[in-house]
Design a protein around this ligand. Sequence first.
Ligand code: WQD
Length: 326
Amino acid sequence: MTWLITGGAGYIGAHVVRAMRAAGERVVVVDDLTSGVTERLPADVPLVRGSVLDRELVARALAEHAVTGVVHLAARKQVAESVAQPIRYYEENVHGLAVLLDAAVAADVRAFVFSSSAAVYGMPDVDLVTEATPCQPMNPYGETKLAGEWLVRAAGATHGLATACLRYFNVAGAADPELADTGVSNIIPMFFDRIASGRAPLVFGDDYPTPDGTCVRDYVHVADLADAHLAAARWLTGLTAPRDLTVNIGTGRGVSVREMAELVAEVTDHPGPIAEVAPRRPGDPARVVASAERIATELGWSARYDVREMVESAWLGWRHHQSTLR
Ligand code: WQD
């Protein structure tokens, strides 16, 4: 099998490339490098620079590399940005997916892994979110991920594609410092950024209906996430008839923002104050924690790393990245 990995030069994509290569899979990457960086890729991984919106470029990459499977990660993924630019999000995340799927079907690709998100659930009012929990996305980003799943499943059913939709919960950490998330749009790098500038991390609200009043999330190590993609790819290629599998990728364990602040302070030797309470951020659910039962049953996958390892590896990556900026 040769896998086309879109967005393979990104934070998550580079981890997926590394895991699939380590398992002996052949890969080729399409990435427009708007957020990905080539240094994350092994030198011998073919990189086709461009967007999935460019059908000719995608068709050429699929043909030249005799691609038989696709892992689609390339997308815009910032919630606040999606509220400000909904048309761009639907264009890139949904239309881009449609162009890619059309080219994949024409190239007789047989397996398709789609990067979805816990954002499809919106504000689930359950202790553990299962794949049967109603999907009520709260923002254009989550909407594009749910619409993307609908499109992937419909294309799979009509054109005989075996498909897997992977609903990421909160991804963190780094398998190696040079693969770390260099964006500052999620809690851990946002906390590091505050500490690096001598300020206390901000806790967006401490009056939620949770044990310590702060929001609870299910953090999953990006190395575990990458392994889940490999497991999904192997599952798809082992099928005797096309099917869809939609699964949560999480640990089943919730961590509160305050707990995260305490852990970050400990790992970074931050003298404190550990956190400063700020107003709630609009649209934040109090609790989003995955049931990871289905992925364990169907793919034999479960998370290996805990949140301390996520913070420690993220901190090493943060310091590595800061050293490259000097
Ligand atoms: C986590 C918690 C914040 C920063 C989003 C997307 C989701 C996925 C992950 C792509 C929240 C709180 C944060 C800070 C804080 N992305 N927080 N102070 O919002 O759970 O999920 O990113 O798939 O789809 O929706 O992640 O890291 O932004 O926030 O208190 O400085 O930390 O309020 O409760 P989120 P996050």
